[in-house]
Write a protein that binds this ligand. Structure first.
Ligand SMILES: [Zn+2]
Length: 340
């Protein structure tokens, strides 16, 4: 391997990291799930910092509306609908440095999560949906791997580093995923780039500390806002009855999840079953007003059109995504419009 001493001179001069910390960083392997807004900023930060191996997983394609905040993508990627992992790899390769990239253009779920995270020292959340975050939480707690949750919507977001055995996990805070359609998403409430940058910067700093610095003994939940502007750190205790980190029950990882998609042959349609059952169609309709076109609702369904096709949602959370035969693409659209 070439000598990167000069390249990392400024960060190794930072005493708590030092040359030994840099060497640990260059020896580490990180799973980053999602390489869009948060994921792109995290990938850039880790590659520039000189992490050893970065496993990138993303199921989506680059679109024009990604460009204001997804730092690894350019207009040509959007014009060509390039897979996000591929566009990310092109940009990251131009930055150079010692990082080896491993790319997976796939949807991370319970069938591949353990394999994708094998030998990883850290898992980073660059996703946009709750189903994947609960899966990552199960995966991390079960395998005693730290993971860093990050979520952004509007002008703010949350960050929590989960250190298995040392502090609370995601389910100590939020025992169950919120019902479909009950939370704002970036699609319904919008999102500002500085909010992404704030959340990603704190996640990346925690990542460096966990990979290369002295052990971190406690974590807090950080609430950040780039518009108000505001930062808050909340001390969260471990829940002694937490189903995940206390009772060690990992349903999101070990049980077949209902959040599954199947291609409907010859119809250019994918059926997606909801992550968590019952869906508030009226609430969903309200949140999609101004975002989706041709909204129609009755007792049996909510139907709407977006640029990518037509989506029909049923009260049990099931949806038909028309206009694609790509299961990963359909899941991405489902999570984007029906809740994080
Ligand atoms: Zn817990």
């Amino acid at each position: 391997m070439p000598d990167f001493t000069r390249r990392f001179e400024r960060q190794t001069r930072f005493a708590p990291l030092g040359k030994q910390g840099q060497a640990r960083l260059c020896d580490s392997r990180v799973l980053l799930v999602g390489c869009g807004a948060l994921g792109g900023a995290l990938a850039q930060s880790l590659v520039r910092s000189g992490v050893g191996e970065l496993v990138l997983v993303d199921r989506d394609l680059v679109e024009e509306s990604n460009l204001p905040r997804q730092v690894l993508f350019e207009e040509r990627h959007a014009r060509e609908s390039t897979p996000k992992v591929q566009a990310a790899a092109e940009t990251l390769a131009r930055i150079g440095g010692p990082t080896a990239l491993e790319l997976h253009a796939t949807h991370l779920d319970e069938s591949n999560a353990e394999e994708l995270s094998e030998d990883c020292d850290l898992v980073l959340d660059g996703t946009d949906n709750l189903a994947t975050r609960y899966l990552l939480n199960d995966l991390a707690v079960q395998s005693s791997t730290p993971w860093i949750y990050g979520g952004v919507v509007g002008s703010g977001g949350l960050v929590l580093a989960v250190l298995p055995g040392k502090g609370p996990c995601l389910r100590c805070l939020f025992p169950e995923p919120a019902p479909q359609g009950s939370l704002e998403t970036c699609e319904t409430a919008g999102v500002l780039q500085p909010a992404v940058a704030l959340v990603a910067a704190l996640q990346a700093g925690l990542a460096l500390r966990l990979l290369a610095g002295p052990p971190l003994e406690k974590t807090q939940l950080f609430e950040l806002d780039a518009w108000e502007p505001r930062t808050r750190a909340l001390t969260i205790e471990r829940d002694p009855n937490c189903p995940c980190c206390s009772k060690r029950d990992f349903p999101f990882l070990n049980d077949a999840q209902p959040h599954r998609a199947v291609r409907l042959c010859g119809r250019n349609t994918v059926q997606v079953r909801g992550a968590r059952g019952e869906t508030d169609l009226a609430g969903l309709e309200r949140s999609l007003a101004g975002v989706a076109r041709s909204l129609q609702r009755n007792e049996l369904l909510l139907r709407f059109e977006v640029d990518e096709g037509r989506i029909t949602v049923f009260p049990d959370g099931r949806a038909l995504v028309e206009g694609t035969e790509d299961v990963g693409r359909a899941l991405a659209l489902y999570d984007r419009y029906l809740g994080r």
